[in-house]
Design a protein around this ligand. Sequence first.
Ligand code: PTJ
Length: 253
Amino acid sequence: MTDADIPEDHPRYESLVTRHRIEAGVERGITSRQGLIAQGRGEAFDYLLGERTIESADRAARAAAAHLLLAERPVLSVNGNVAALVPGEIVDLADVVDADLEVNLFNRTDERMQAIADSLREHGATEVKGLAADARIPGLSHERAKIDADGIAAADVVLVPLEDGDRAAALAKLGKVEIVIDLNPGSRSARVADVPIVDNVLRAVPNVTRHARALRDRPRAELEAIVREFDPDDALEAAERAIRNGSFADDRE
Ligand code: PTJ
């Protein structure tokens, strides 16, 4: 089955496409089996949020775009779920904001590193970092800590979609501006982020790109104002409110 076999008028179209892509990612050696579990957890929150981009997540995506455009050395971190769900979209975002792509895995193996780097190149990436692994995130056990000295280690702004909480916290301690995409507003990753985007990575990545395209010719002062006015605690509270008061329709299965 391919994405094209899923009827677009199915009430849960996006969810079915997502499941299919993650499954295909596991089959191709890109996504870890734990990635399936992570996806299930994300899907539950997406359901509670109404499977849409809530207004506060859109504001966060705009602030993320402004941060990435202002950055000296922005890096987009790619794991097995991101590579399965939004390979072309993440390459597109890197192009628009002139960021590096770095493969950074929680369950790191050489085979998965290579498969993901190859897939990103197939989707148009010219350079993929992460394979050198010549630097470490302090305070984490060996494999999870590996990063590139001229990639995440040297970055001022890092986008980490679907990050493990422990590592998100360790990255935040390094003093980088951290943008996290995570459907769970209570997750540690979302809580340590300077910009938590509580949205499905499938919608969030193209949305940050759309904002970046719209903002890229604006004066720096305007981008700085967008960054300054964004409040991560407000964004998390708004997402929690949306979940509590959610009117998720019961015609979805
Ligand atoms: O490819 P690897 O080895 O780097 O491993 C990647 C995973 C995601 C398996 C690893 O980082 C992991 O175990 O993550 P966690 O701790 O399960 O956290 C994943 C978070 O992402 C959870 O809070 C989920 O709610 C959230 N999430 C899952 N799917 C999505 C999502 N957020 C946004 N969009 C999704 N599609």
